[in-house]
Design a protein around this ligand. Structure first.
Ligand code: SF4
Length: 342
């Protein structure tokens, strides 16, 4: 990406941020590498998971799947298992599909070009920019919520971040301030500044390297930025499950590749009428996904014989499992919690 003529005042701010990063960068294991495979995996994990929560998962994931080839050769169930606890499992399935794309379309070598990285399954502009800048030294800003927040406050800029033009707008603004060849460090600096200092609520302005140049701070208008007008539509959805068991065992089946919770395991969603008399209780669980509020009704059905369980499993393609070996399967979070509570 070509850099146009830069604004010296903006460059000064960019340099202040970079200097601050040089002294305050968080010590994170993936900061010691420029291997695009590792950076890609950690970018995907930490987009929706806090660093402290996801660190062990990241370490375990790259220990088991240290490179693209190992990942591509693994079964998707095992990849999902290593994602267990992180949620948003579609990320794991996309990473797995992207590993096949790298093997098939790029000869097993992680692509260097921004457009090629963007072509990989599950990689959006932000991740492609982060990998390109950190691993390949490309001058491309990686714009995310942190970026929007910090820049909109520094410049008291009321450009609506929910607009479809926001990415391009802030990308151009960032290009005005990133010193030459420093996008990799600058993008990471913005990550740290946004999450550690310029937080969504109660930013720590007294620790901020750009306080004296921050218009929102200087004018006392921090809470007005960033501007976001469009509310994301959240849909409500009711789901029905039957936890069908006999003694220690119960029924599960793997979900398909469409809709939510792709490839995860679940309980039956319907039962024959003659099972209903064995229903002993019902639990209602509320769960939020990104754009959906779920209300999940889990009915517990305790059958009176093992043969009933076996026949239902055989006729309907279910597996029979117990709590211990359920640890080897990945379930949607509310169902995992239900099993843990047994
Ligand atoms: S001075 Fe405060 S509001 Fe401005 S960028 Fe720094 S932390 Fe954010």
């Amino acid at each position: 990406m070509k850099n146009h003529k830069q604004n010296p005042h903006f460059i000064l701010i960019g340099n202040q941020i970079l200097k601050w990063y040089g002294q305050n960068a968080r010590e994170l294991p993936f900061r010691n590498t420029k291997n695009p495979y590792n950076i890609w995996i950690c970018e995907i994990i930490f987009q929706q998971t806090r660093i402290a929560q996801g660190m062990q998962h990241y370490e375990n994931f790259v220990a088991r799947f240290p490179d693209v080839k190992t990942l591509a050769n693994a079964h998707s169930d095992e990849v999902l298992l290593y994602w267990k606890g992180l949620g948003y499992y579609s990320r794991a399935l996309n990473i797995h599909k992207a590993s096949h794309q790298i093997m098939n379309d790029f000869g097993g070598v992680f692509p260097e070009k921004y457009e090629d990285i963007l072509y990989l399954k599950g990689i959006g502009k932000y991740t492609a920019a982060a990998v390109s800048s950190i691993c390949f030294g490309k001058q491309i800003p990686a714009i995310d919520g942190n970026f929007y927040r910090v820049l909109s406050r520094i410049y008291a800029d009321d450009f609506d971040i929910s607009s479809s033009q926001a990415y391009k707008y802030y990308e151009n603004l960032a290009l005005e301030m990133i010193p030459s060849n420093a996008a990799g460090d600058f993008n990471q600096a913005m990550m740290d500044l946004g999450s550690e200092v310029c937080k969504p609520r109660n930013p720590l302005c007294s620790e901020c390297p750009v306080q004296e140049n921050c218009i929102a701070f200087q004018t006392g208008k921090i809470s007005e930025f960033p501007v976001k007008t469009k509310k994301v539509k959240v849909e409500s959805l009711e789901l029905q499950y039957y936890f069908v068991g006999f003694q220690e065992e119960f029924l599960i089946k793997q979900r398909g590749d469409d809709f939510i919770w792709k490839k995860l395991f679940e309980f039956p969603t319907d039962i024959p009428d003659d099972f209903r008399e064995f229903s002993i209780n019902e639990k209602i669980v509320k769960h939020k996904l990104t754009h959906k509020n779920l209300v999940i009704n889990i009915n517990r059905v305790v059958l009176s014989s093992k043969s009933q369980l076996d026949k239902f499993a055989f006729d309907n393609g279910f597996s029979i499992i117990n709590k211990d070996n359920s640890q080897q399967k990945s379930f949607p979070k509310p169902l995992e919690n239900y099993i843990d509570g047994l």
